[in-house]
Write a protein that binds this ligand. Structure first.
Ligand code: HEM
Length: 368
């Protein structure tokens, strides 16, 4: 069907196959006290569960003198696989809400990385909400109504929409291509393996914050692509940058997209087929660091300073441990990845995404 259940052991939107569109929203809480926060999470839970069913938020009043409860733009639309995934930013674990002692030991602001040029308007947030759907209007409606419900308690800090090829445009369901033209997501771990997801994605009760068991840590990076430079580089350069062929997505030296990646394979001159500083060689390494990537392309009009397209990747990854996985890998990539010539990290945030809520409970209830 067209719905993804909202309630469950884990939040929807993490191992859910990526929908066509994303509308990502970061909020700052303006109220203080844990009661206000709990009330917000309870109201958001009811609204999110209703919207995931394709329903409006709240009962409509027949009073013509009141504004309608729901904003109305999704009336008559099906839920379009809507998922709404909530997470707490490091800044939520402070004295405002009495949550300082609940901060998971390895969950803090991301450190500075080599080469990044972060712009404050794309960074941080007390709460992150990843809204995905197969219809942009449905996704936007969800963000708008969550923001409306939060009035007086929380305000939007930043919002970024994103897209990938739609399922309609590719009925075969092949790996989507990013805006550099390469298939992106090939080597993701299999979400069908509960064992792998428990190892790579879901926080476990013994990990240091028992309230996070069944949740996951999300890294978000708004990464601009230097499209004009990329478009002028040769196909050989492009393929050496990733370590894969552009057309097939196969690892250099192999034939098919899902062929095993052999980082030691050499050509007849003795050179590595997959350059050691290519994105795939570095990101794969010895295979000990894995994560679940769930990124979308974004386009944000034109950069007013340069007149060039502001477009790139809204990189999102989920992991069991933010520092052991995302941070260690990004530290390595930011120093030596060939891809760095063509990209620029301009936005950054991290969120501890709660375990799933059960009916009668609410999102984040294990925290209080
Ligand atoms: C693999 C693109 C940033 C982690 C790949 C692949 C592409 C790609 C085309 C190969 C196909 C695949 O397996 O999905 C990009 C682009 C980026 C970017 C365009 C920035 C605009 C990042 C960042 C990280 C990352 C910031 C994490 C810190 C990975 C990992 C793999 C991968 C773990 C799989 C490597 C393997 O096991 O073979 N990326 N990526 N990527 N990327 Fe990225």
């Amino acid at each position: 069907g067209s719905r993804v259940p909202f309630y469950g052991q884990h939040q929807a939107g993490i191992t859910t196959p990526p929908q066509n569109f994303i509308c990502f929203a970061a909020f700052d809480v303006t109220a203080s006290g844990s009661k206000a926060l709990q009330k917000l999470f309870k109201t958001w839970t009811a609204a999110a569960a209703a919207m995931a069913e394709g329903k409006q938020v709240g009962e409509e009043s027949s009073n013509l003198n009141l504004p309608p409860v729901d904003t109305g733009e999704s009336v008559g639309l099906n839920p379009s696989q809507l998922t709404i995934t909530f997470g707490a930013g490091p800044s939520l674990f402070d004295d405002r809400f009495g949550l300082a002692s609940k901060r998971p030991p390895s969950f803090k602001d991301l450190p500075a990385f080599n080469g990044e040029q972060l712009e404050p308007q794309w960074c941080g947030g007390d709460i992150g909400v990843q809204v995905c759907a197969d219809d942009m209007q449905v996704a936007f409606h969800a963000v708008r109504n969550l923001a409306r419900i939060a009035r007086g308690t929380a305000v939007l800090r930043w919002v970024q929409e994103g897209f990938q090829r739609t399922a309609q445009a590719d009925p075969t369901g092949g790996t989507p291509r990013n805006l550099l033209g390469f298939k992106d997501g090939t080597a993701n771990p299999a979400v069908s393996s509960a064992q792998d997801m428990n190892k790579i994605v879901w926080a476990q009760s013994g990990d240091g914050a028992s309230w996070m068991a069944g949740g996951s840590y999300m890294a978000v990076r708004r990464i601009r692509m230097r499209i004009e430079i990329w478009d002028r580089s040769s196909l050989k350069d492009q393929e050496d940058t990733f370590g894969r062929y552009r057309a097939s997505g196969a690892p250099l030296g192999s034939k098919n997209e899902f062929d095993p990646v052999d980082l030691n394979q050499k050509d007849e001159k003795g050179n590595l087929m997959i350059p050691a500083d290519s994105h795939v060689a570095l990101a794969r390494g010895d295979g000990s660091i894995q994560m679940l990537r769930r990124s979308y392309s974004y386009s944000g009009g034109i950069d007013s300073k340069t007149g060039q397209l502001d477009a790139g990747l809204l990189f999102i990854s989920y992991q069991r441990d933010l520092f052991k996985q995302f941070v260690s890998l990004q530290q390595k990539l930011s120093k030596s990845d060939r891809l760095n010539e063509y990209i620029l990290h301009v936005g950054s945030a991290a969120f501890a995404c709660f375990p799933g809520a059960s009916k009668g409970g609410y999102i984040g209830d294990t925290l209080f």
